[in-house]
Design a binder for this molecule. Sequence first.
Ligand code: G4P
Length: 191
Amino acid sequence: MEQLKQRILTDGKSLEGGVLKVDSFINHQLDAHLMMDIANEFVARFNNGEGITKIITIEASGIAPAIFVGYLLNVPVVFIKKSKPKTITTAALTTSVYSFTKDKYYDMNMNAEFLNANDRVLFIDDFLANGNAALGVLDLIEQQKAQLAGMGFVIEKSFQKGYKRLKEKGIKIVSLARISSLENCQIQFAE
Ligand code: G4P
């Protein structure tokens, strides 16, 4: 997505350790117009949402793109919580995920009532890095015997192993900007 790539080049910063800082338009301050354009691109790349009944994302940064996709497809959007709220009482669905960047395990929690075997899910998130978060979501979907339509990421760091791990599972992956290298604090895109 050319517009997104240009924005990353203009406003993104490549930090030490292969981290891309995009908090002026994705991770902290948000550009709602860009988010809507991103959502339109996801919808087009997932066959206008054919057969999709639900969007799933993870708090916090996945919520913005996910909610616009849900709006366009007119389907509910569920965000997975990283802490278990008291309001999830009986039917909790959980899985444990390792965060590479934070070097610790955390729980993904959702209310099982919001996902069932009739659902065909599109997972949307801001970053694909090592793919642990995405694999955690796949686990929740499989626990409920729901179907996965595909996974859409705003930014993929192609030099990390997430893409390969998801592809090996036969998942349809759409990444709107694919970064091949952040070495020497330079941002390079994959073709
Ligand atoms: P993984 O899920 O792909 O395995 O990724 P990892 O554990 O390495 O990443 C954990 C968190 O760091 C995720 O956000 C992910 O989106 C984010 N992340 C990974 N690489 C980058 C990067 O280069 N730049 C930025 N800005 N974020 C990155 P999170 O902790 O869940 O944060 P948030 O959604 O609450 O913002």
